[in-house]
Design a protein around this ligand. Structure first.
Ligand code: FE
Ligand code: CA
Length: 517
């Protein structure tokens, strides 16, 4: 949560690095290989954004995964196959797509013509090599009334701070999809307690840096297994670009360096995620979208970074303001979502006919008082929704008129469950929704402090649960309730670990707020 500081020397160094990166495209094209000497499918396979009739299939050709990929500067044909059986005998769809050097030889095959609510298996072929087989699942038909939908959500997988024991266990769950809420990579050099280091030393915010970083994360077999097991629905947080960055900046010369950095970071993100097109255009990538699973659930996937107003500085007088907020956080002109996305979300929730409306986004939504003094209150989460009160309040007002709204969040590296009050500062105010905030996969390593930081009933009665293990959250949505199991791994300091449920919560249809169950 440190503020961004950039010295003049850093700034010039960064500009030089970006200029060098932008010249990479000038290499002389070479002929495409007909045969690979090394396995080009080192980064595995993935699928994402399920529709009733289709899915996105992803891979990236990278025989030399940690040093730029090791591919020639030419397009390579990649064949994809989709089958109804694990042995890939009953192939129902196939085709050929082009892996382009300007997109790091990534492949995004948007397959259509599939049956709804069905499991499929898929693989890729290129230059005589075959990829591992992935498993995926289409969404139920739009006019259907599914009985259940099972998913897990996760976030924050700092590679250097722990092994992906959570992903190993997540891959063995029985799920329809995985929702990933950001901090897929961490930029920069290794920090904190380093359990395993990056192969490449140094960091310059170049396209090559971001690409090699994604590639190194995907060298982890447990992450690849989690991708190969289920379709993923992804959004990002700050570390896909830089710690605590705010993207809503003017597109002028003054912000040229920040815009260039965003452009390369967004491109590398797209290149490594199972996302539908269009590909990013410079510093713009439309990431917010909704996905529906019959009439049972609609997921509103938010982008809380690209359009947000700059973070307010922590203010000294904050502890003395009656609201507990820094006055700047209450400025109605500030936005977390930007006008367009905010209108889209409020309109979508307003017109929704889904039984459950899940808002999937990166940062803490609920309000939490961090002041231990019982006579004072402090809401100092300037990087989360406490720094963007106007947008949060507009959503809470809409939640009061929405069927079963549930916010799922990441970023905090701990588990929280909140009852969302229409007026967050009034404990007698009606509960209009529920927030389930999931811990990190590996970021910050094994917990060091005890699992109860403070007594939430005194200062934060809306806080129903706190836990600081590493893991993920497994959810089941049915016609009567949504349940959430907080899954914790025994350690991330070693490559293997057991998983257990630390707590389960249920939200009943028509009754916002969680009950322990
Ligand atoms: Fe994080
Ligand atoms: Ca974050």
């Amino acid at each position: 949560m440190t503020a961004r500081t950039l010295t003049r020397r850093d700034f010039i160094a960064r500009l030089a690095a970006l200029a060098a990166a932008s010249q990479l495209g000038g290499c002389i094209p070479q002929a495409a290989p007909t045969k690979f000497e090394k396995d080009p499918f080192t980064l595995g396979v993935a699928s994402g954004d399920p529709l009733p009739d289709g899915i996105v299939l992803w891979t990236r050709l990278a025989p030399d995964s940690l040093r730029g990929g090791g591919m020639p500067q030419s397009a390579v044909d990649v064949e994809f196959l989709v089958a109804r059986d694990e042995a890939m005998k009953d192939v129902v769809r196939s085709g050929t797509t082009s892996a382009l050097p300007e997109l790091a030889h990534s492949v995004h095959a948007e397959v259509a013509g599939l049956e709804p609510d069905r499991m499929y298996w898929y693989r890729f072929r290129a230059g005589g090599a075959e990829s591992p087989i992935g498993r995926t699942r289409t969404a139920p038909a739009g006019d259907s009334s599914p009985r259940t939908f099972r998913f897990a959500f996760a976030s924050c997988q700092n590679y250097t701070q722990g092994y992906y024991t959570a992903h190993a266990n997540l891959a063995r769950e029985d799920l329809d999809a995985v929702v990933f809420l950001g901090d897929y990579i961490y930029e920069g050099t290794a920090r904190g307690n380093v359990v395993r280091d990056y192969a490449r030393t140094g960091w310059g915010f170049t396209l090559a840096d971001y690409r090699d970083r994604y590639a190194q994360y995907k060298t982890d077999p447990d992450l690849r297994a989690a991708h190969a097991a289920f379709p993923w629905i992804v959004t990002w947080d700050d570390h896909e670009v830089e710690n605590n960055y705010a993207g809503g900046i003017p597109k002028d010369d003054l912000h040229k360096a920040a815009l260039l950095q965003r452009a390369v970071a967004y491109q590398a993100f797209y290149e490594h995620m199972p996302l539908r097109g269009p590909r990013p255009q410079g510093p713009d990538l439309q990431l917010y979208r909704s996905l529906s699973f019959g009439d049972l659930a609609t997921f509103y996937v938010l982008d809380t970074r690209q359009y947000r107003s700059p973070e307010v500085a922590l203010c000294r007088e904050q502890d003395e303001t009656p609201s507990g907020y820094c006055p700047a956080s209450l400025d109605p002109g500030r936005t977390m979502l930007g006008a367009e996305q905010r209108g889209w979300l409020l309109g979508g929730l307003g017109g929704s006919r889904a039984l459950w409306n899940i808002v999937a986004q990166s940062v803490r939504f609920g309000q939490q008082d961090s002041n231990p003094d019982p006579a004072k209150r402090t809401f100092d989460g300037v990087d989360n929704w406490m720094g963007y009160v106007a947008d949060r309040q507009a959503i809470l007002e809409q939640f009061a008129r929405t069927r079963n709204p549930v916010v799922i969040s990441g970023d905090s590296h701990v588990n929280f469950v909140y009852d969302l009050k229409r007026d967050p500062s009034d404990r007698s105010s009606a509960t209009v929704g529920t927030e389930l905030l999931g811990t990190s996969i590996s970021s910050e390593g094994d917990p060091v402090q005890p699992a109860t930081q403070f007594d939430p009933s005194v200062k934060n009665p809306q806080l129903r649960f706190f836990d600081n293990h590493r893991g993920y959250v497994r959810c089941t949505i049915d016609r009567a309730r949504m349940t959430a199991d907080f899954r914790a791994v025994s350690t991330v300091l070693r490559p293997t670990a057991t998983v257990s449920t630390t707590a389960s919560f249920a939200i009943d249809d028509g009754k916002p707020g969680a009950r322990r169950g």
